[in-house]
Design a protein. Structure first.
Length: 258
């Protein structure tokens, strides 16, 4: 699941979408709880860009709680503060999650423009960050949800949004990402089929109307990973080179022992 992305420039968004109203200022790099841009259908039916928090706030929540305290693992230790990350919505539970279910049921779907999404690869035994970019250089239009939360004390209306994610275990590129889940008993990596690799969907220009205005069944059909050829493979090739170097070094070490 993405926790950092670079937002597309306004000219790229307009070139890709055509007629769309955008705010004057657009941030560039967006992390959880940062301000980012999402594009929704306005009351007049036109496309409009809205600046909001990347991280949805549960309806009815009295305040914007970004952290919660959890017990420390150390006996007598102070509570740890852990981010309440709600910037990614699992499609399998989106209709039940308190943070997302109202937005999903009411069809508040949006597009999140991005130049790249950052994801970790752990195949070498350490984290190598990949930037998932389109091979053609055009912007992503990530499938998302949006909502508006009202501060009970100030009356401030806070637009907020999240990306939708789904399982990509069968995808030849995306299933290489994220740290492998391990068996709780053996502590060894689980077979790929028992892991839960996650990714986001790109909404093609021809499907934007269906995504923003279609029924729930139509929306779910559009939540699929782009084909392998959609992506720029530069980071994957660099990781393959690192893996080849590691394998060569191991073989050289074994030869010295013989």
């Amino acid at each position: 699941m993405c926790n950092l992305y670079e937002m597309s420039l306004d000219r790229e968004v307009k070139l890709h979408l055509g007629r769309v109203r955008l705010p004057e200022y657009l941030p560039r790099h967006v992390g959880p709880f940062d301000t980012g841009l999402f594009i929704r259908s306005s009351s007049s039916g036109d496309l409009e860009g809205v600046l909001g928090q990347w991280g949805m706030i549960r309806p009815g929540q009295p305040g914007r709680i970004e952290y919660r305290e959890v017990p420390s693992k150390k006996p007598g230790g102070a509570p740890l503060k852990t981010p309440m990350l709600k910037n990614n919505a699992r499609i399998e539970t989106v209709n039940k999650s308190p943070a997302f279910r109202d937005a999903w049921k009411q069809g508040r779907r949006c597009l999140i423009p991005a130049t790249w999404l950052q994801e970790p690869n752990w195949e070498t035994g350490r984290c190598i960050w990949w930037r998932l970019k389109r091979a053609d250089g055009l912007p992503w239009m990530i499938a998302g949800l949006w909502s508006e939360w009202t501060d009970h004390e100030t009356g401030e209306v806070v637009p907020n949004f999240a990306m939708l994610t789904f399982n990509v275990n069968s995808h030849p590129l995306l299933n290489r990402l994220h740290k492998p889940e391990v068996d709780k008993v053996t502590k060894k990596p689980l077979p790929l089929e028992l892991q839960d690799k996650r990714a986001e969907a790109h909404i093609a220009r021809a499907d934007i109307e269906a995504w923003l205005h279609g029924d729930e069944e139509t929306a779910r059909r559009l939540l699929v990973a782009p084909a392998d050829t959609f992506y720029d493979h530069g980071d994957a090739r660099r990781t393959d080179e690192a893996l080849a170097t590691l394998a060569s070094d191991r073989n050289a070490g074994q030869q010295k022992l013989i």
